[in-house]
Design a protein around this ligand. Structure first.
Ligand code: AMP
Length: 430
């Protein structure tokens, strides 16, 4: 099926053509027709599947069919959990609607509200927002949400994880009850299903896109056993071995800053992105990284979900996440839109429990890279009984049934994303 077959307005089709989109992705093929019919939608899908166009395109089509006199009232509201995701959705909405005369604005916290208020005053058709700033501006009388006919809650599970439930409830009391609602979440635990039932009309439609085996299949994964203190050296070593941009995930803001300093000292262009950075610094870092001016972006999990960095080949888990699902979100930053990608994880002795949890979640054992310059330090750290204790209670038992020493030798048939200079992975027996 081609986009032409969906009965879309020529102004939308020409914009999609300019984007180089010819065929709808599965989520687009399934969602666009039901959304054009006016149904509510429950979508189980991650960003990276073409989700944004799946909801933005029908919204644009609906708005175009409304009388022109309705223009410049907020008719469509998309709420996203992070500022970065809101910006990204806004950018895409602008691209898809560029030939239509509809106006899209993005509002989020951490920056002055003046320019956002000005844009709202000038009139907006599609508003993309993070919850806090949206309610703030509504409360001050700057955002009129009384004409909304299309409401999208994006990345709902992350929204709840970030504690936005009260803001969402408040928002639901403000926006009109008569509306089309779209609800997207990467996962569907009970709390999310409950929330969706408060938002969607009972006869909503569902689409579910490959969440059982989301990213793990598209991305080549390997793990290095390494001592905590040698992680920076291993990262520098890898940066010499692999080419291109690298997104590095750390657990703490302080830790991310420290890695940036180490890399910069060694002449690597690096920047950090985390919650303690000003919004302008966050945007500057992300923009520089996307533009190829910054080679290594070191991020906390603020950047684990949703962010689309086209062509990103490598994700490094400098520290493993303590929530296994986060691992899947992190590695999903690479291998997007059917491209290949690689995820390289550093596992120190105290992180074994996390690794075990991750492997359980993705139902696969991640290949171990046994030959690398830092195996000795790892062996010492891993043999210290103190380090055998998991850093999380109930986190998988800290390597039960696994030897404490890194494996020597061996090798698997799996290439490390085709990069022969990186040590080859071996099957792990610990
Ligand atoms: P999203 O899940 O909305 O973040 O989209 C993931 C990536 O897929 C983005 O870089 C989009 O530009 C791209 N994309 C979305 N739909 C299509 C399509 N039909 N054909 C090609 N690329 C697409």
């Amino acid at each position: 099926m081609a986009f032409d077959a969906l009965g879309l307005d020529p102004q939308i089709l020409s914009a999609l053509k300019e984007q180089g989109y010819t065929t709808p992705t599965p989520i687009q093929a399934q969602s666009i027709p039901v959304l054009l019919e006016g149904s509510d939608l429950l979508g189980t899908a991650q960003t990276g599947t073409g989700k944004t166009a799946a909801f933005v395109i029908p919204i644009i089509q609906h708005l175009l069919s409304q009388p022109k006199s309705n223009r410049r009232q907020v008719k469509a509201l998309v709420v996203a959990p992070t500022r970065e995701l809101a910006l990204q959705v806004g950018e895409n909405a602008k691209r898809y609607s560029k030939n239509t005369g509809l106006r899209t604005t993005v509002i989020f916290g951490g920056v002055g509200q003046g320019p956002q208020v000005d844009q709202l005053r000038r009139g907006v058709d599609i508003l993309v927002a993070t919850p806090g700033r949206l309610l703030d501006l509504e409360n001050q009388g700057h955002a009129d949400l009384g004409n909304i006919s299309h409401f999208v809650l994006d990345e709902a599970d992350q929204m709840l994880d970030m504690g936005f439930i009260h803001d969402i409830r408040k928002l639901l009391r403000i926006i009109p009850a008569k509306r089309q609602s779209l609800f997207f979440s990467a996962t569907m635990p009970k709390s999310i299903i409950e929330l969706s039932s408060q938002i969607l009309r009972p006869n909503y439609k569902s689409v579910r896109i490959a969440v059982d085996k989301p990213t793990a299949e598209r991305v080549t994964q390997c793990v290095y056993q390494v001592s905590k203190k040698e992680k920076p050296a291993l990262l520098l070593h890898l940066l010499n071995e692999i080419k291109g941009a690298v997104l590095v995930f750390g657990r703490t803001k302080h830790g991310c800053d420290k890695v940036v300093r180490i890399l910069q000292k060694e002449g690597v262009s690096a920047a950090a992105i985390h919650g303690n950075k000003s919004q302008n610094a966050r945007q500057k870092a992300l923009k520089g990284f996307k533009a190829g001016e910054i080679r290594v972006l070191i991020a906390t999990d603020i950047a684990a979900r949703g962010i689309d960095i086209s062509g990103l080949e490598h994700v490094v888990n400098f520290e493993l996440p303590n929530v296994s699902e986060t691992y899947v979100h992190r590695i999903g930053r690479t291998g997007r839109a059917d491209a290949s990608g690689s995820s390289i994880s550093f596992c120190s002795a105290d992180e074994r429990g996390y690794l075990k949890d991750i492997e359980k979640l993705i139902s696969q054992e991640i290949d171990l890279v046994s030959k690398h310059p830092f195996t000795e330090g790892a062996a010492i750290e891993w043999s210290d009984p103190e380090n055998r204790k998991p850093i999380k209670q109930g986190g998988g038992g800290g390597g039960r049934g696994r030897s404490q020493r890194p494996q020597q030798g061996g090798g698997s048939s799996r290439s490390n994303n085709g990069n022969s200079r990186v040590a080859r992975p071996a099957k792990r027996k610990w």
